[in-house]
Design a protein around this ligand. Sequence first.
Ligand code: GRF
Length: 198
Amino acid sequence: MIKLGILASHRGSNLQAVLDAGLEGVLDARVVVVISNNSASLALDKARNAGIDAIHLSSKNEGSEENTDRSICRALRDHEVDLILTLGYMKKLGKETLGQFKNRIINIHPSLLPKFGGQGMFGNKVHQAVLAVGDKKSGASLHLVDGEYDTGPVLSQRSLDVLPDDTAESLAARVLELEHRLLTDTLVKIAQGEIILP
Ligand code: GRF
């Protein structure tokens, strides 16, 4: 069984999708720790409600980005995680965590990368940008984290049609549902050896 460590900053709906897939017996993986830079993150609440270790780690409390990186890395190691998922985590990971978990950190992004990725491309900004250029398709991507924003090798993607009357909000809502399915399906494939990480 794969042990997952999750980093998230806000709502935690992708975390919930992973927890649900585990409970439904679809996914042979267990979330063992959830870490957030935001003490008010709903992801931490969801973790606590599920009896999972929930840890708030931010540079404000830890004193520096380096200390935060060290603490994040230690928490993930202490929980013996096999795979880390950044699910709406609004911070860049530090060198220690990236080095210790090379090719074992996966990020989810609400666009068809490499389109509409990079610094500042989050939340509705992504969907506004898709609508602004008039793309007929959008979607979601999972990729390995290489330390930059949204640039590591893509592991899986799924697309949907952009509708003529879509707003950033309506598109965001459909992409989010797609994200949840893509995430759980990809994790199942990793757990079953159908997707092999480098
Ligand atoms: C998702 O759209 C994800 O792709 C992006 O941030 C959002 C997080 O949503 N990186 P949630 O916190 O999982 O609900």
